[in-house]
Write a protein that binds this ligand. Structure first.
Ligand SMILES: NC(=O)c1ccc[n+]([C@@H]2O[C@H](COP(=O)([O-])OP(=O)(O)OC[C@H]3O[C@@H](n4cnc5c(N)ncnc54)[C@H](O)[C@@H]3O)[C@@H](O)[C@H]2O)c1
Length: 339
């Protein structure tokens, strides 16, 4: 028995919770102590795979137990704030599934509370740990892409309609977290539009535009009503362009040596000549490890060695801010909202 093991309790073992459990069990520095769900059939399903796990239907029992160090909260977003707040007050680190909270105010309060208590908040923005995203981040940091022009992300498919959140709160946290990590700048404002076609008051499709300084612009299209599944991101810079197609089984990331150059032909502005550059395309090798396994390593390094994690409470808070701004903009038919 390793005394340095980080012991985890998982609250909410519906669809995503089991992936969190599996990855904390697989890591040599973490173990799962117990689980909680208000639905006993979900507890039974998990215990049929991991019979050694303690279980309860009341999260307070886990939060106040002395057998764990970290509470992983994998419940719907509207429950996150209450459970996380109680866990932090009880002296536990927390991992929250995306999005961190339902409001900016809640996220800010959790960040302040964690700082006051000397505890860590991790937010499961899984894509920030994806091998393709890691590779794109390296290319950007190495200056291979040049000055950035735009980020454009499409995440559309048919369903799964959620009952408590619209498509922006369900799917866009992925794209916003990738955008925020890769562009590494503070956005200026958001404009968003969307539509609810079934009278649920929850938009099933939406378009977000995020303005950054220096003419950098980001666009995100999320949609539950698409006949085909598309997971595509384009990033363009002055030197190269990237296409990431997550549906591609291999060669997910392609780097294109394409672009344009403006050549003035005289001192008259309308006389400029646009030259198109088309060079080679290559597909870099990317890390194919499961993103959640990499995320668990990051959590271990943060708790045991004090490293700043890629996705902490401050990142989670920023993403909630952008989501909230987008939500407000949608309700006001595309009004620009400053961040
Ligand atoms: N990173 C990803 O790719 C990804 C994918 C899917 C879901 N998620 C996130 O994971 C979270 C859960 O989503 P899901 O799809 O697993 O939902 P889900 O409905 O399948 O599971 C949530 C579970 O939480 C339980 N629950 C609800 N309130 C509870 C409470 N107060 N105490 C204990 N248990 C409670 C429910 O009974 C349910 O079993 C959400 O935040 C979602 O956004 C992330």
């Amino acid at each position: 028995m390793n005394d340095n093991l980080i012991k985890v309790s998982v609250v909410g073992v519906g669809y995503w919770g089991p992936n969190i459990i599996r990855n904390f069990i697989s890591n040599a520095h973490t173990s799962v102590d117990s689980i909680c769900d208000i639905r006993s059939e979900r507890i039974d399903a998990i215990r049929s795979i991991y019979p050694f796990l303690k279980s309860t239907r009341d999260y307070r029992e886990l939060v106040h137990s002395s057998d764990n160090d970290l509470i992983a909260i994998c419940t719907p977003v509207f429950t996150h704030y209450e459970i996380a707040r109680e866990a932090l007050l009880a002296g536990k680190h927390v991992l929250l599934t995306k999005p961190m909270t339902s409001t900016t105010e809640q996220a800010e309060e959790l960040v302040n509370l964690s700082e006051k208590k000397g505890l860590k908040i991790f937010v499961d923005h899984t894509f920030m740990y994806h091998g393709a995203v890691k590779k794109m981040k390296e290319l950007l940091l190495e200056g291979k892409i040049g000055d950035l022009y735009y980020f454009d992300s499409v995440r559309v498919n048919l369903g799964l309609f959620q009952h408590d959140v619209n498509v922006v709160w369900d799917l866009a946290p992925h794209d916003i977290s990738i955008m925020y990590y890769l562009l590494d700048q503070y956005p200026e404002s958001v404009i968003a539009t969307g539509a609810d076609h079934f009278g649920t008051k929850l938009e099933d499709m939406a378009y977000l535009t995020v303005y950054y300084p220096n003419n950098l612009i980001a666009h995100i299209h999320v949609n539950w009503l698409s006949p085909v599944k598309i997971r595509q991101t384009l990033i363009a810079g002055s030197k190269r362009m990237i296409v990431w197609d997550d549906n591609e089984p291999s060669e997910k990331v392609r780097i294109y040596d394409k672009g344009i150059e403006i050549v003035p032909t005289s001192d008259q502005v309308y006389d400029i000549l646009i030259q198109y550059r088309t060079g080679d395309m290559y597909c870099p090798k990317i890390d194919t490890r499961e993103a959640l396994a990499v995320e668990v390593e990051d959590i271990v390094n943060s708790i045991q060695h004090g490293k700043t994690p890629i996705s902490d409470g401050k990142v989670g808070l920023m993403i909630v801010k952008i989501l909230e701004a987008a939500q407000y903009s949608i309700k006001h038919r595309g009004k620009e909202v400053k961040i």
